[in-house]
Design a protein. Structure first.
Length: 655
């Protein structure tokens, strides 16, 4: 049976369950509600994997489910339990990756055995039977019934699971409430109809009580049944429950019927909101078409005579606002958070910690930041490379750290933030730091620089040397991170995205790497300028602090450096430009991380909101260019990164 057409659905839903498990376990809150959610996720993942024939995945999920089933029976969740569960989730994540790339979960047998053993050890420590001795029906029950003592608390209007509602129970004032019916239909072409119905049955049993199902389970397993009706007690969240069933794979229709005593409520509940999957290529096309409509509207306005423009101003403004909202909505659909990337990074760090015997902690902030999905995927390789290098080369052994008066547990910090139109990803370790003298020496040995030139380099220039291809201060080959530092891999990845890599280090305290990625495919307010009317440039206004007409604010020279003289200060002038700037020009004051800088331009045009699009290679590799845009005049403008300009062309020589 060919299950390949169901693989995408399996991977999508499986990753959602993994995210739920990962967040719940790392969160450290294990009350009844939290454990219930964890159990459901492990249980669902097990069933999905089994139906797809991924036995290894199903086995690990089953063992994790068994442990969580014991958590539900009471008692504190010990640190060993939490650690074993976290390792199991890491393994499940790796197995899902294997399924995505090879359509198989085989090949991880050496890693599976210790994880299963750890889970069983934790379960045995609670004095509970292992999964082999647990009847399947009991293992799948997410609500263990109390056997004595205080009764389990039951939400108002509901009966304890497994009991028939008493006459008149379940509604205020003792009024009878007849059971509701949830009718579920499976895709007629599904080869796994019975399995899909069993998944629905399990989902319902996890959330409520199934009074009966028509046809019964034994008939479903024998025949080719495509539609099943489930009778369940009335409760307030049935509508949400039915909507959740609609999202299961191959479920094409879900109908919710309530007794006629509440016709208005029944009509409302029967109306279900369905979600659809959209291909990323379709979103790309829709975004491009919306961008073209905005450009056409701006061109139309630019071609209209001034009188006509005033006459139709309200119409133009309303349509521009409508198209802008549409563009923003399409763009937001393409955006994903960095949570998936940071989860993968944390898993890599834990694996390396175990493998190399270096205890570490990883701190992540800004994982809720969003970016285009393709960008997030492209950032995974360089960040993973930084993680591997930091653990392998940057962090010291625990004994060495302790001898130096440092915490024996190393710390890795990953911070994701935004500054104006740039995405900043900072990775920092508290290890030994880079050996600047060793880098100088290696550059001389390899003939990159002469000894005299190397001695004159400042720290920033020395660090830039390690981004050269095949440059290394290490002589051994590491199976973890390759030969030496190998930062050329990271540098090339960031440069391919039109970004840049900033580095800093301090001996004995650690090293930081900041990936600065300019945003693209977005609506941004820009200021346009140029050296002629034909070629125009633009800067995001978020970095523009003020404009200074050069007729009022002179340019002065101090030593070999030019400055813009303002009322308050002398502002260094950037050396970037495409020609001379006369007295009729303008100074654009830009905010920079190392102080403000002034960009001198001969002509400043209008400010407008535009769509920034990537330039493509080879222009995309120019660090100070974010992208290109169509202006309302119909002209093309090159959008510059003011932060990159201030860094690259704003150095002030020391006195």
């Amino acid at each position: 049976m060919d299950l390949s057409k169901y693989l995408d659905l399996f991977l999508q839903e499986g990753q959602e369950h993994l995210a739920s498990l990962r967040d719940g376990i790392s969160g450290g809150i294990f009350d009844a509600g939290a454990v219930q959610i964890l159990f459901r996720s492990a249980h669902s993942l097990k069933g999905m994997a089994a139906s797809m024939g991924f036995d290894t995945l199903a086995g690990v999920a089953h063992a994790l489910e068994d442990l969580m089933n014991l958590w539900q029976q009471g008692g504190a969740v010990e640190a060993a339990d939490q650690q074993a569960a976290q390792r199991a989730v890491d393994l499940l994540d790796a197995l899902m990756d294997r399924v995505q790339t090879h359509q198989s979960d085989k090949g991880f047998e050496p890693q599976v055995a210790p994880v299963l053993e750890a889970l069983k050890t934790c379960a045995a420590g609670r004095g509970a039977p292992t999964s082999e001795k647990t009847p399947p029906e009991e293992a799948q029950t997410p609500h263990p019934r109390p056997t004595g003592g205080a009764q389990a608390e039951t939400p108002p209007g509901e009966q304890p699971q497994g009991e028939e509602p008493a006459s008149g129970a379940g509604s205020p004032g003792g009024e009878k409430r007849k059971p509701a019916t949830i009718r579920v239909s499976v895709d007629p072409g599904s080869p796994l109809a019975a399995a899909r119905i069993l998944v629905v049955n399990q989902r319902l049993q996890q959330a409520t009580e199934v009074l009966d199902m028509t046809p019964p389970l034994k008939d479903i397993q024998k025949g080719n049944v495509k539609t099943v009706a489930f009778r369940v007690p009335q409760r307030g969240d049935l509508k949400e429950l039915a909507r959740g069933l609609q999202d299961l794979p191959e479920i094409v229709q879900v109908e919710l019927e309530v007794p006629k005593a509440a016709p208005d409520e029944a009509a409302a509940d029967a109306s279900l909101i369905q979600s659809v999957q959209v291909r990323s290529t379709d979103l790309d096309a829709l975004l491009a078409e919306t961008s073209q409509l905005l450009y056409n509207l701006n061109s139309l306005e630019a071609d209209l005579p001034r009188a006509e423009r005033r006459k139709h101003g309200n119409w133009l403004d309303s349509h521009r606002a409508l198209l802008t909202r549409l563009f923003d909505q399409v763009l937001s659909i393409r955006l994903v958070s960095f949570k998936r990337l940071t989860d993968r990074i944390e898993r890599t760090a834990r694996d390396l910690s175990d493998r190399l015997g270096k205890p570490l902690r990883i701190e992540v902030s800004g994982a809720d930041q969003q970016a285009d999905r393709s960008l997030v995927e492209k950032l995974l390789p360089p960040i993973t490379h930084l993680i591997r290098n930091a653990v392998d080369h940057g962090l010291e052994e625990a004994q060495e750290r302790q001898a130096a008066g440092k915490d024996p547990v190393g710390t890795l910090r990953l911070q994701i933030s935004r500054e104006a139109e740039s995405l900043l990803i900072e990775f920092r370790d508290d290890g030994r730091g880079l050996d600047l003298e060793g880098i100088r020496k290696k550059a001389v040995e390899r003939g990159i620089l002469s000894a005299s030139d190397a001695s004159l380099l400042d720290k920033r220039r020395v660090l830039e040397l390690i981004s050269l291809p095949a440059f290394s201060t290490r002589t051994r080959v590491s199976e973890v991170s390759g030969r030496g530092v190998g930062m050329d891999v990271v540098y090339a990845s960031v440069e391919s995205l039109g970004g840049r890599l900033e580095m800093d280090t301090e001996k004995g305290k650690g090293t930081s790497f900041t990936l600065v990625i300019p945003s693209a495919v977005t609506l941004t307010q820009v200021l346009t300028f140029g050296w002629s009317d034909e070629i125009r440039f633009a800067l995001p206004t978020s970095l523009v602090l003020r404009l200074y007409p050069l007729t009022q604010y002179p340019i002065v020279t101090v030593g070999n450096r030019k400055y813009l003289q303002t009322e308050e200060d002398l502002v260094p002038v950037l050396s970037w430009g495409y020609g001379p700037v006369g007295r009729e020009g303008c100074g654009i004051l830009l905010a920079g991380s190392h102080g403000n800088r002034a960009l001198l331009v001969p002509m400043v045009f209008q400010s407008e909101r535009v769509i920034i699009l990537p330039l493509g290679q080879p222009l995309e590799s120019i660090q100070e260019w974010i992208g290109g845009t169509h202006l309302s005049s119909g002209q093309v403008a090159y959008v510059l990164d003011g932060r990159a300009l201030a860094t690259k062309y704003g150095e002030v020589p020391e006195a």
